[in-house]
Design a protein around this ligand. Structure first.
Ligand code: GLU
Ligand code: MG
Length: 477
């Protein structure tokens, strides 16, 4: 290790130790009995185990024992045969004390985002949070750190039996119009509970609005260093559903919980900053260049070049469920083609226009084919790897497309390099399997398990109708 890397590792250990002390104190004085150690799996589900507060100190070091097989479990709780993830073998769920939060929607409980670690304390090859940390380290080796934000939409409603005896349906809470004041009024009590619960966990709420779909809401959390952003999204997903369930209503972040309504995107925003001495993104936003017509630097364009080059494969990780592909349709503002554009809401990558008063730091790229059925650690880690590949190879993304690609002819789209995004999870998984960069970054165990889990979901949902698919997604995500 270099001196700088050693002192950064030392600083990280120290920060972890003082966060562990603070977590213990908060648990003791905050009336906490149970602390949930949470992680996200390959099915896109948030899972975990809880320790009693009396064992918290020891468990923050030792973790809680867990079978390796859980990363071979799909979103229907069907265990897949994956070499290295059978009935024999243990990992530990080891929490990150810097993420400790009492849960406002679960009195007496707190939570921490966690890694899956080998019993000897070494990183486990199938831990998703470790995958993101490795992507962040690869960026750091080039002198960059990412600030990122997940921008989630979700549907608020009621889970109701189908009158015709089919699977339960999500019935939206209102039929209000997009950004309408009626929408604000109808969802107000729930939204205030949600915002206060997010604030209590130090998630910085930036905006709120009732979105286009019936019952659809969007509450946006401010960008943060990449790992924190993914941890925030995990806590956010838990909070949306936790607050809803406590109020006796249902909320779902599934990409398309109601087939005839607007889909729920979770657009992924990112920008690269110079790396600070402690590994944090500080100093200059290296995506910003005021001389460029769109305010974007060469590094920014190369990052787009990498994302577009890997996009069909990347989609398998950012749009991780069968239900994701019901959302990704042309002319729904979710994106459907491999193009980028300036403030183009039909482009897969949108250069977001800068904010007046903050031009230098507000330049960022928005990935539209992204939703909350993805594992946020895999999605953000893969986004980083794809962009970094573009930076290393100085990839040229071509010209910005500032029209709706669905309005162009096939020949025009071909000339612009606008390929249709994968039309199904199956097609996206095939693209992932053929993508050397992302397969190598995932590594053999993780990629084997991810493909097996996701292909089992493809097979299960192919044998059923849309109502079954929506039911299984809105009840779990
Ligand atoms: N609901 C749209 C999606 O599926 C996004 C609408 C918007 O916020 O632009 O991504
Ligand atoms: Mg929106």
């Amino acid at each position: 290790m270099t001196d700088a890397a050693e002192s950064a590792a030392g600083a990280r250990d120290q920060a972890r130790a003082s966060a562990a002390i603070s977590a213990r104190q908060q648990a003791r004085h905050g009336g906490i009995s149970l602390v949930r150690f949470l992680y996200a799996d390959h099915g896109g589900i948030v899972r975990g185990k809880a320790t009693h507060a009396s064992g918290l100190e020891a468990r923050m070091t030792s973790g809680i024992g867990h079978t390796v097989a859980m990363m071979a479990m799909n979103m229907l709780d069907h265990l897949q045969p994956v070499e290295g993830m059978g009935p024999v073998g243990e990992v530990r769920i080891v929490p990150d004390p810097q993420t400790f939060v009492p849960l406002p929607y679960a009195p007496g409980a707190a939570a921490m985002a966690s890694d899956l670690v080998r019993p000897d304390g070494q990183p486990w090859e199938a831990c998703a949070r470790t995958f993101l940390k490795q992507a962040i380290a690869a960026l750091a080796a080039e002198g960059y750190a990412m600030r990122a934000a997940f921008e989630p939409e979700f549907t608020l409603g009621q889970r109701e039996p189908d009158p015709d005896g089919g699977p339960d349906r999500l019935v939206p809470a209102d039929d209000s119009l997009c950004y309408s004041s009626t929408g604000f009024q109808r969802a107000h009590d729930f939204t205030m509970d949600l915002v206060q619960a997010l604030e209590a966990q130090r998630l910085e709420v930036e905006h709120y609005y009732p979105e286009l779909g019936h019952g659809q809401q969007e509450v946006v959390i401010r960008h943060a260093p990449a790992l924190r952003a993914a941890d925030n999204h995990l806590l956010y997903r838990e909070t949306v559903r936790g607050v809803a369930f406590r109020r006796g209503v249902w909320a779902s972040l599934a990409p398309k919980p109601v087939p005839d309504q607007a889909g729920n995107g979770t657009h992924l925003h990112g920008s690269l900053f110079e790396l600070g001495p402690d590994g944090a993104p500080t100093g200059r936003n290296v995506f910003a260049d005021s001389r460029d017509q769109y305010g974007l630097s060469d590094i920014g364009y190369h990052f787009i070049g990498g994302v577009l080059a890997h996009l069909p494969a990347l989609t398998a990780l950012t749009c991780g469920s069968v239900n994701s592909y019901r959302r990704l349709a042309p002319q729904t503002w979710s994106s459907a083609y491999t193009i980028y554009g300036m403030d183009n809401r039909e482009a897969a990558v949108r250069i977001a226009s800068v904010l007046r008063g903050d031009p230098a730091s507000s330049v960022n790229l928005e990935l539209k084919p992204s939703d909350s059925s993805a594992n946020p650690y895999l999605a953000l880690g893969a986004f980083i790897h794809a962009g970094l590949d573009g930076i290393r190879g100085k990839l040229d993304p071509g010209a910005a497309v500032n029209v709706d690609p669905a309005t162009l002819s096939d020949a025009e789209r071909a000339r612009l390099g606008a390929r249709r995004l994968p039309g199904s999870l199956e097609a996206a998984l095939n693209a992932l399997e053929a993508d050397d960069l992302l397969m190598t970054a995932l590594g053999p165990l993780r990629s084997r398990a991810y493909l097996a889990v996701k292909r089992s979901e493809v097979a299960d949902f192919a044998a059923h109708d849309a109502a079954y698919e929506c039911f299984h997604h809105f009840t779990k995500i």
